[in-house]
Design a protein around this ligand. Structure first.
Ligand code: IMP
Length: 429
């Protein structure tokens, strides 16, 4: 039995969906524990592409049961659509394979509208949110006025919850932002209808998880976003509204820390970021453009162009600390093929001082200048390689330099988007 947490080590988009799908072959349960449909997990199996935003990435492996835990914020319309999509493509035949917690908070059209209106109002200081209503829904949860998935199944609770929110939400929309109000009666009917469609999937996910762990099953926790988008450990305020680090599994899924065995940090072989905020190794010149074009760096959720730059060891070391990584997965190594030299940031200079540690404040981070080591590149196409020893010497040198500097073994390497383009140096699950 293993309980493995897989989380992003950078700013999201590390390719978690691909790795989770590949690991899910051995999983009995795959569990989402935070975030919502701001995530976009891309899975490619036999050339067929599936993008998931809410349903866990274990859905394409027929065996795994997929849980959406209480720490996730659920847009019921998106969930219904996604369930219909995976059902239509034959991946979901039995509703028992998707279970959503009745305690998860709901994202309503009010949250979506307020997310967009508020980020627009921030002007130059915009966070560049995905506009999916994530932040406003988490705000309501913490303010204890949220609507939960279980409320969608009970007309009386739902009516009370909608009425509790209507006046305030519409006041902000109309008076602060000049937007149209959202009709509370129509919204109530829409949510009630979505609740009926979701009823067969709503469950006490904590119990299912506990029983699986007691029975010695393999449980895979699937993180969304990444360490530096974490509300506490990320580059605040340019972050998402949930905890994305491994520890969030405990609260977001309802499991004690003593039951987690391993933590896999997922990173690209370079770095990308979507939205605003500091990014020390960003390459705004030809190098970044080359990475973006070769790596097809456009958001799976919003289609936005991702900012691109080089791999940053200071970032990965900090991620290893806050998550307790036991392994690393290095994705998209194939994209680096063709460079004469591969830049790797090993330290930063902040105000003239050399540092190997992630600073405390955003202001210091904004002034960080990366110090690069240039590793020899390789020109071979490595996308067909399936054994570590068959990689070009310089590709292996790059991998081994990363693991030596981060002090965490690189146990998984991805050399292409397809499920089988994955090299396992050690069985971790
Ligand atoms: P929000 O999560 O929509 O509130 O967006 C807050 C910040 O997190 C923005 O910079 C988004 O671009 C970023 N973000 C949220 N989800 C993801 C993701 O899945 N991948 C990459 N960036 C994300």
């Amino acid at each position: 039995m293993t309980a493995l947490v897989a989380v992003g080590a950078q700013w999201g988009d590390e390719g978690k969906g691909k790795i989770v799908d590949s690991l899910a072959l051995s999983a009995d349960l795959v569990v989402r524990f935070q975030g919502g449909n701001n995530a976009g997990h891309t899975l490619i199996v036999d050339g067929q592409k599936t993008v998931l935003h809410l349903v866990p990435s274990g859905i394409l492996q027929q065996r795994a049961v997929n849980l959406i835990g209480p720490g996730v914020v659920v847009d019921p319309k998106v969930l219904v659509e996604e369930i219909e999509k995976v059902t239509a493509q034959g991946a979901l035949r039995d509703p028992a394979r998707v279970r959503v917690s009745g305690r998860a908070h709901v994202i309503t059209p009010w949250h979506v509208a307020l997310d967009k209106a508020r980020d627009e109002a921030r002007r130059e200081g915009a966070i560049g949110t995905t506009g999916r209503g994530i932040g406003p829904s988490y705000e309501d949860k913490v303010a204890r006025r949220g609507i939960r998935v279980a409320d969608l199944l009970d007309a009386e609770s739902l009516r009370a919850a909608v009425d509790r929110n209507a006046a305030e939400k519409n006041r902000e929309l109309t008076q602060v932002h000049g937007w149209e109000p959202i009709d509370a009666d129509a919204l109530f009917e829409e949510l009630l209808d979505l609740g009926q469609k979701l009823e067969a999937y709503v469950d006490h996910t904590g119990r299912i998880l506990d029983q699986a762990l007691r029975a010695g099953k393999n449980v895979l926790f699937e993180g969304a976003q990444g360490t530096f988008l974490d509300i506490d450990h990320g580059t605040y305020p340019y972050v998402t509204s949930s905890n994305c680090v491994a520890g969030a599994v405990c609260t977001g899924a309802g499991v004690g820390p003593t039951r987690i065995d391993q933590v896999l940090g997922i990173t690209k072989a370079y770095t990308t970021r979507v939205g605003g905020g500091p990014f020390p190794t960003e390459d705004e010149g030809a190098g970044g453009q080359w990475l973006g074009e070769k790596g097809l760096e456009f958001g799976a959720t919003t289609g936005r162009k991702r900012r691109c730059g080089w791999l940053d060891i200071v970032v990965l070391r900090e991620a290893a600390i806050v998550n307790g990584f036991t392994s690393l997965a290095l994705n998209k190594l194939d994209i680096l093929s063709g460079l004469a030299e591969v830049p790797l940031a090993c330290a930063w200079r902040i105000d003239g001082k050399l540092t190997y540690d992630f600073p405390m404040t955003l202001q210091e981070l904004t002034r960080a200048e990366p110090i690069y080591e240039a590793l020899p590149g390789w020109s071979e196409d490595i996308s067909g390689v399936r054994e570590y020893d068959r990689l070009p010497d310089n590709a292996r040198r790059y991998v081994e330099r990363v693991e030596a500097l981060v002090e965490v073994p690189v146990d998984v390497i991805s050399i292409g988007p397809d499920r089988d383009q994955t090299i396992y140096r050690r069985t971790i699950f």
